[in-house]
Design a binder for this molecule. Structure first.
Ligand code: AHR
Length: 508
């Protein structure tokens, strides 16, 4: 069965810029993300540069990965950065109590992370320890990373082999302070965030963009408390002296509950739709948190950073429950595409987002085989690649008409999700058909500029649970899509059931 939907897009009405940083990533000392994922050590038979896997770097460079958040997550509030500098064989060990209760040898520390960012050409986003670290410790870390002269921390960095300071714009103040980051009340954390932010100083021309650990899900009180904490600092309401520049938000998609989240690959049709409905919730969360922020910051100077998002399923059978390893199917790809549609629509407020996590943990871009070392690109990776044209482009409103809905858990889920952007003489339209069975025809009603060329790509598979493995690397991979035809109002597009399609346009 085929139904027709219309997407009206005014190509000459560009909106807010979609920061490329909403395509950001997250790498925690968790399971096989850092160790085995990024870091194999210099003596590994796996090709590497100074211990960092070359194949992982090259796959992520192909995505133009804009930033990388590290070292956590919950781990960040247990992490003492001085343990991760100096000769590797002399670094102290610690217990990674959040993730598998394993011993961490600190082989991957500050210099290794900054080396990784340089190899990736990605901007570092360092999450500082508020939960168990001191203000002095955080202040010293910023100095160590970013100061040029012969200050004590700059001298220590030099003694460890790095002369020039690094550039570190993105600075996290704690993580999930309401939970693993200290079990604090919003009011307590707001005070701490002001204090830690004050001592996270700008050195030279390195301007920190400080991000205070934010809310989970619909905890509007947390966001409101952080925003209100600026009040007494606003000498000039037009330019308030804010100690931090952004607040974060975490939201994970699962079909069950925290104790039984649902299976990554074995799911029913109902669970497919539940996943889509839960992913759709990101739109509502962004709207609600933004509304709170607008009240205190009507000119939208404070950023909302969704620095953890993605699917969280039950761990894969036979793997360490503390390592959060899960497979990644076509369903995960569509969850990702829906999130990007929401981020694009909220481009004015959402300045950054980081999917959890890049390699071998939760909704990963890359899975590596622990025995053979083989590298697998997931369906989610392909969504990031197909959407690269949205980086730093101007958002375009997409008005969808005639979209059918399905009732999921008492709410209506629209069965098509879409977003678009324009950059110079190119536009990119992203469309997801969430419907398990029904192919759709979409009329792209393109107004305001002449379209002189188009190219489409599609990501789909015959099975909803299709996924990539070392044995079948391309079970879900994008293909050229020839289902696009001229139409009196622009173009007509075939959008197969359970598919993700991008259409790039050449404009005049
Ligand atoms: O991404 C895994 C964990 O999820 C992070 O460490 C934590 O911040 C969140 O609860």
């Amino acid at each position: 069965m085929t139904t027709t939907t219309t997407a009206i897009i005014d190509l000459d009405l560009p909106g807010a810029t979609i920061s490329r940083h909403v395509y950001g990533h997250f790498a925690e000392h968790l399971g096989r993300c850092i160790y085995g994922g990024f870091w194999v050590g210099e003596d590994s038979p796996i090709p590497n540069v100074r211990g960092i896997r070359s194949d992982v770097v090259s796959a992520l460079r192909n995505l133009q990965i804009p930033n990388l958040r590290w070292p956590g997550g919950c781990f960040a509030d247990d992490y003492h950065w001085r343990d991760g500098i100096g000769p590797r064989d002399q670094r102290p060990r610690m217990v990674n109590s959040h993730w598998g209760d394993v011993v961490e040898d600190n082989a991957f520390g500050t210099h290794e992370f900054m080396d990784l960012c340089e190899l990736l050409d990605a901007v570092p986003y360092v999450s500082g320890n508020v939960g168990s670290g001191s203000v002095q410790e955080m202040s010293d870390w910023v100095e160590y990373l970013t100061r040029a002269d012969d200050s004590p921390m700059a001298a220590l960095r030099r003694a460890n082999g790095r002369d020039e300071p690094w550039r570190v714009p993105f600075w996290g103040l704690g993580n999930e302070a309401w939970g693993c980051g200290g079990s604090l009340r919003a009011e307590q954390f707001a005070s701490l965030a002001r204090q830690y932010a004050t001592y996270s100083r700008n050195h030279g021309d390195n301007d920190l963009y400080r991000i205070a650990a934010g809310a989970s899900d619909a905890d509007l009180h947390w966001t409101e408390t952080l925003m209100r904490s600026f009040d007494d600092l606003a000498a000039d309401p037009a330019e308030p002296a804010r100690p931090f520049q952004a607040v974060s938000l975490h939201y994970y998609t699962m079909t069950g509950t925290w104790s039984d989240k649902g299976d990554a690959t074995e799911f029913s049709t109902d669970e497919w739709y539940t996943a889509m409905a839960r992913a759709q919730r990101m739109e509502e969360l962004l709207t609600r948190h933004s509304t709170v922020m607008d009240r205190y910051d009507p000119h939208r100077k404070v950023g909302l950073v969704v620095d953890e998002w993605g699917t969280w399923w039950n761990v894969a059978t036979g793997t360490n429950p503390g390592f959060l390893y899960q497979q990644n199917t076509l369903r995960d790809a569509l969850v990702a595409s829906m999130h990007f549609d929401a981020f694009h629509r909220h481009a004015e407020r959402v300045v950054m987002a980081n999917i959890a996590q890049t390699v071998n943990v939760l909704q990963a871009m890359i899975l590596t085989d622990p025995d053979s070392g083989a590298l697998v690109l997931t369906p989610t990776y392909h969504v990031f690649a197909m959407n690269a044209g949205h980086h730093d482009a101007s958002a375009l409103a997409v008005h969808l008409r005639g979209v059918e809905t399905r009732t999921v858990d008492g709410s209506e889920l629209p069965l098509v999700s879409a977003s678009a952007s324009v950059k110079g003489d190119s536009a990119l339209i992203s469309l997801s058909n969430l419907d398990v069975d029904t192919d759709r025809t979409i009329v792209l009603d393109l107004r305001g500029r002449d379209v002189v060329g188009h190219e489409a790509r599609a990501l789909t598979a015959s099975a909803l649970d299709a996924h990539n493995t070392p044995e079948q690397l391309d079970a879900v991979a994008p293909n050229a899509h020839d289902g696009v035809r001229p139409h009196p109002r622009g173009l007509e597009l075939d959008l197969p059931a359970h598919s993700y399609v991008t259409v790039s346009l050449d404009l005049q």
